[in-house]
Design a protein around this ligand. Structure first.
Ligand code: G1P
Length: 287
């Protein structure tokens, strides 16, 4: 029997600089992909993996995330009274979908520091971390794909994807070997220079960790960019205990930058049952 896996940390305190001015007063996690904010896709993906306890690590200006997952009594009764029952169901389901706690990251010291802010809430359990601006659309939820390797091994598991050589400087890149049909990660490096990556496999914002990761994070020095890097703590973990990688099956959109965001909205918009066809003809007319 594996230790229960119920909790997921969503670091959501970043300033969204790649999206200014849109993110000056709106958290980037609340930017909509078709008709749902990015963060809701991430939460639904975690839920589909049976991980129903969420902690959001937020910062200044992130109140909209809390409001989104809270009951909106006024809106719900208005929808009810005006007979908009389908919309009422959609809206009220969001506030019921998951148990969420919030913690503030008071200083912008990096992703590793954001995860560390949630440590008291995690306790001694294995837990997930999910970066919502990496949107993954798949038949089996990306977190569930990680969970399957966790159930098999009991070790930490990281979601991976192949990336073009020119993009390795945007990601945490891994050094992996095959072992008993699994990918075992020996090392990883945060944003290596082009030509200096140990492989073409990048970490794409989905992680399951044993609690040891948090102890290592607490003593991880600032790394590249002067930030406490999650990748540096994972590298230390991989030197101590098995850390596995999973090449995620599905479509991935880096929705945290304008081009990836537009791509996600266009592709998912074209598939939308209600207005996909209309969008297709608008695009055709404008080519
Ligand atoms: C973060 C992580 C990096 C990971 C990436 C995935 O970088 O530090 O290891 O590959 O997310 O999107 P960021 O995009 O926050 O610079």
């Amino acid at each position: 029997m594996r230790r229960p896996l119920r909790k997921v940390i969503f670091p959501a305190a970043g300033m969204g600089t790649r999206f200014l001015p849109a993110t000056k007063a709106t958290p980037k996690e609340m930017l909509p992909i078709v008709d749902k904010p990015l963060i809701q896709y991430g939460v639904e993906e975690a839920l589909a993996a049976g991980m129903g306890k969420v902690i959001m690590v937020t910062g200044r200006g992130k109140r909209a995330i809390e409001d989104h997952f809270d009951i909106s009594a006024e809106l719900e009764s208005n929808l009810n009274e005006t007979g908009k029952h389908a919309l009422y169901e959609t809206v009220s389901a969001v506030s019921r979908m998951v148990e969420i706690s919030y913690v503030r990251q008071k200083h912008a010291l990096g992703l590793g520091h954001a995860v560390l802010c949630a440590a008291p809430w995690v306790g001694d359990e294995c837990f997930g971390v999910s970066l919502a601006d990496e949107l993954i659309i798949s038949d089996v939820s990306a977190m569930q794909q990680l969970r399957e390797v966790y159930e098999q091994t009991g070790g930490s598991v990281i979601g991976l994807a192949h990336v073009p050589e020119t993009e390795v400087n945007r990601y945490g890149m891994v050094d992996a070997v095959e072992e008993d049909g699994l990918l075992r990660l020996r090392d990883m490096v945060e944003k290596p220079a082009v030509g200096e990556s140990p492989s073409d496999m990048a970490m794409i914002g989905r992680y399951i960790f044993t609690p040891r990761l948090l102890e290592l994070l607490a003593s991880t020095e600032r790394g590249i960019g002067g930030e406490i890097q999650l990748t540096d703590a994972i590298a230390r973990l991989a030197h101590e205990e098995p850390v596995y990688g999973v090449l995620i099956e599905g479509e991935r959109f880096d929705a945290g930058n304008p081009l990836g965001f537009l791509t996600a909205n266009t592709i998912l918009g074209l598939r939308h049952p209600e207005f996909g066809d209309a969008l297709r003809s608008i695009i055709k007319k404008n080519l």
